[in-house]
Design a protein around this ligand. Structure first.
Ligand code: C5P
Length: 305
């Protein structure tokens, strides 16, 4: 009998994040291109008489920002899945966290997707892919993409996901901030800065073409990346603008804020370039600078015990 299941879930970057005017339900229509990164969390589930969460992480993760109780998104995911199957069950989660919290990298969404898949396997529920995606969408706009992974086009409020063929490998330098940014706060600042945002967002046709016919060192893609939330995140944290300039001066093809930020992402031409940018930013006093590659697979099992 399976005692525990561990599922890996990747961080994401938005190569494109087009944002429209907020809808009557408060969410914003998006046209986005998501991509998973090798930076990941691992979520382990074990059957338990009551819902419980444990966090394992290095000191550079903001522990205080991680809810330890029922409000944690992995518990919400577990309850949702159990209710969907009419099962009166509970589990303990151990989250081994490397993805910064509230960093714009969808770490919580990745954990939620991992919780759904891990419990589905642990309890042999055989939830259909369609049902898993529907449950994921109830948990958050980025959760369905975390299930799918790779490179994908996102629509709706982010929850409508269409996988894309993407055979390239890209090297990124990832610079998390010491403290996170609240996604709703960044969207509200977007509303203040862009009162004339369009009701409908268009597809990033040129970027999609650059992904379909990639140039070997990503120079074209770098010029086409766009994040409509970037001005709002920089307005809230002006130092992020300086960090982007520093990374580009250090040799990155392009610096961009991931999602609602504050993590800054630097696309580099190859691994050597990424290592050089990382060293320069570390020497400049940034305490945590990572190198990651993408795309990688979506949520998947790494261990059954
Ligand atoms: O869907 P998720 O729980 O990740 O969204 C968190 C918050 O981010 C929402 O409550 C909303 O304020 C904002 N949001 C938005 N438009 C989106 C996605 C998120 O305004 N498309």
């Amino acid at each position: 009998m399976t005692h525990s299941v561990t599922v890996r879930a990747a961080a994401k970057v938005n190569l494109h994040l087009g944002v429209g005017r907020h809808r009557p339900d408060g969410f914003h229509p998006l046209s986005t291109v998501y991509q998973t990164l090798s930076l990941h969390d691992d979520v382990t589930v074990t059957t338990c008489p009551r819902w419980a969460v444990d966090l394992v992480c290095e000191d550079d993760i903001d522990r205080d920002a991680f809810p330890m109780g029922e409000e944690n998104i992995v518990v919400r995911a577990g309850r949702l899945l159990a209710t969907h199957h009419g099962a009166d069950r509970a589990a303990e989660f151990t989250v081994r966290k490397s993805i910064p919290i509230a960093g714009g990298l969808a770490g919580g969404s990745a954990d939620a997707a991992a919780a759904l898949v891990a419990l589905d396997r642990l309890w042999d529920l055989q939830t259909s892919d369609d049902d898993l995606l529907a449950l994921a969408a109830q948990l958050g706009s980025d959760v369905p993409f975390a299930l799918v992974g790779g490179t994908a086009l996102g629509g709706g409020r982010g929850e409508v996901v269409a996988p894309m063929l993407d055979e390239a490998t890209r090297w990124w330098v990832v610079v998390p901030a010491r403290t996170g940014l609240s996604t709703p706060v960044v969207y509200r600042r977007f509303d203040d800065l862009c009162p004339d945002a369009p009701d409908e967002v268009t597809l990033p046709e040129e970027l999609l073409a650059a992904l379909a016919y990639p140039d070997p060192d990503n120079r074209i893609l770098a010029t086409l990346m766009r994040n409509d939330l970037e001005p709002a995140a920089i307005d809230l944290r002006p130092e992020l603008g300086e960090l982007i300039e520093a990374g580009e001066r250090a040799g990155a093809l392009r610096g961009i804020i991931s999602g609602s930020g504050p993590t800054c992402m630097f696309l580099c031409s190859d691994r050597g370039s990424a290592d050089r940018v990382r060293t320069t930013l570390l020497d400049a006093g940034h305490p945590r600078v990572l190198v990651a590659l993408g795309p990688v697979s979506g949520t998947h099992v790494v261990e059954y015990v």
